[in-house]
Design a protein around this ligand. Structure first.
Ligand SMILES: Cc1cc2nc3c(=O)[nH]c(=O)nc-3n(C[C@H](O)[C@H](O)[C@H](O)COP(=O)(O)OP(=O)(O)OC[C@H]3O[C@@H](n4cnc5c(N)ncnc54)[C@H](O)[C@@H]3O)c2cc1C
Length: 409
């Protein structure tokens, strides 16, 4: 165990979920030294999952926006956290232990926590207006304004975020088409056993899907766009929302000596490889996942929050423990609750319990290529999820988990 260093200056770059939770965790664990939280956005830290869900159909009143805040100014004052918003970090000198900001200022640190998350993968199609993406509060507000027009929307990308936007758009009264080059885009996330039902759910709610079809261009302007497909079809749209994944926000670390490879590469303790006293957490971090036997970068809320707690503990208490992920993610699709814990091994097998027909519920237990249980996906069945999560963490065999879930059904 390393020495606890409660009086050191901890600088956290990235003032969102992982960064804010680290600051809160440090104080809760008795860290007495200065904490500086640096964020590129001008907004007080806020939560991102509601951006593609409740907030798209909210009234954008001050109280609706306040509901998604992760922390208030009063709490920041109480925690004595120095918050520097609207100032992006532009460089890192690990030898001098300095973060350089875009405005020319330099901030020295004893311990640095990198929590710069990810940005939306840029749209390859950029007409003068009308193509939007979703990562920030400002992005969500711009999309909500377009949905309020009730005009046709094309969503490019059939992952969780794209389909949540599609659901919000139909609910707002917009004709919606979702396009994705993959024939069953949600299968990647939830497995083929459930993906078909989710597509059916979207179709039943009035969304048109064009899966297995690529976009080759978007032309025009907001209100009069044309989305060209590789089938030769031309879809008219007032707005196009491009949700084709995200990329880690590591540009500012180029040349810093840290190992950058689809994120900041860390060791099992979440310490950045290539420098002392530097941690990386949340969507930007790529760490060795013990269960999967490979470096993993997760873009999930629970992972960012858990890693923040882990690193806050390591700094405040001087603990050196490997991070163990709970691998949990959720998505709301209309009134369906989709939850996944663990992971799916495409070379493995799966067992389905329950049935989604007639408003039912389902759980799919996944085993890896060696036959060991590695993940469970549920729809509308939180009890099964909680039970499976506990049993997976305890390392129970797949057959035992399947039997336990059958007993619940
Ligand atoms: C629309 C949307 C819906 C989502 N829904 C779900 C969901 O239902 N379930 C789920 O599990 N997960 C969901 N997620 C993912 C979840 O929100 C992320 O995993 C989580 O936000 C990661 O937190 P983070 O702090 O690591 O990164 P981020 O939230 O990306 O925050 C990083 C922060 O760092 C700032 N930053 C970047 N570069 C710099 C720099 N150079 N200097 C200073 N600051 C910088 C950014 O501006 C940002 O504020 C969703 C994400 C989005 C975008």
């Amino acid at each position: 165990m390393a020495d606890a260093t409660p009086d050191q200056h901890v600088v956290i770059v990235g003032a969102s979920l992982a960064g804010t939770r680290t600051a809160q965790g440090l104080r809760a664990l008795g860290h007495t030294g200065p904490i500086t939280l640096i964020g590129a956005e001008t907004e007080l830290p806020y939560d991102r999952p509601p951006l593609s869900k409740t907030l798209l159909s909210s009234d954008w009143s001050a109280s609706a926006v306040d509901e998604v805040r992760l922390i208030s100014t009063a709490e920041l004052d109480q925690l004595a956290v120095e918050l520097r918003l609207g100032t992006a970090a532009a460089g890192l000198d690990t030898a001098a232990k300095l973060v350089r900001l875009a405005d020319g200022a330099e901030v020295g640190y004893d311990v640095l926590v990198i929590a710069t998350g990810a940005v939306a993968r840029p749209s390859p199609w950029n007409p003068a207006s009308g193509v939007l993406q979703l990562r920030t509060l400002a992005d969500a507000r711009a999309i909500a304004e377009r949905l309020a027009l009730k005009e046709p929307v094309v969503v490019v990308g059939g992952g969780f975020i794209g389909t949540e936007i599609a659901a919000a758009a139909v609910a707002a009264g917009c004709p919606v088409v979702v396009v994705d080059p993959v024939p069953e885009p949600m299968a990647r996330l939830v497995g083929p056993e459930i993906a078909g039902s989710l597509v059916g759910l979207h179709r039943d709610n009035g969304v048109t899907t064009r899966f297995g079809v690529g976009v080759i261009g978007i032309t025009g302007v907001a209100g009069a766009l044309t989305v060209e497909l590789d089938t030769g079809e031309r879809l008219p749209a007032s707005t196009a929302v491009v949700g084709i994944g995200s990329i880690p926000a590591t540009d500012w670390l180029t040349g810093s000596g840290l190992t950058l490879d689809n994120g900041v590469v860390t060791d099992g303790f979440l310490r950045a490889v290539g420098a002392a006293d530097v941690y990386a957490i949340g969507d930007v971090a790529r760490w060795p996942h013990p269960g999967r036997g490979q470096q993993v970068r997760a873009e999930h809320w629970t992972n960012a929050s858990d890693q923040a707690r882990h690193v806050a503990t390591a700094i405040a208490r001087g603990t050196e423990a490997a991070y163990e992920s709970t691998d949990y993610v959720w998505s709301d699709q209309y009134d369906w609750k989709v939850n996944a814990v663990g992971w799916r091994d495409p070379r493995g097998s799966s067992t389905v319990i329950g049935d989604l027909a007639e408003g039912g519920r389902v759980a799919v237990v996944h085993a890896d290529a060696g036959g060991a249980a590695c993940g469970v996906v549920t729809v509308n069945w939180v009890r099964a999820l909680n039970q499976a999560r506990r049993r997976l963490m305890a390392g129970e065999p797949g057959a035992t988990i399947v039997e336990a879930l059958r007993q619940l059904s």
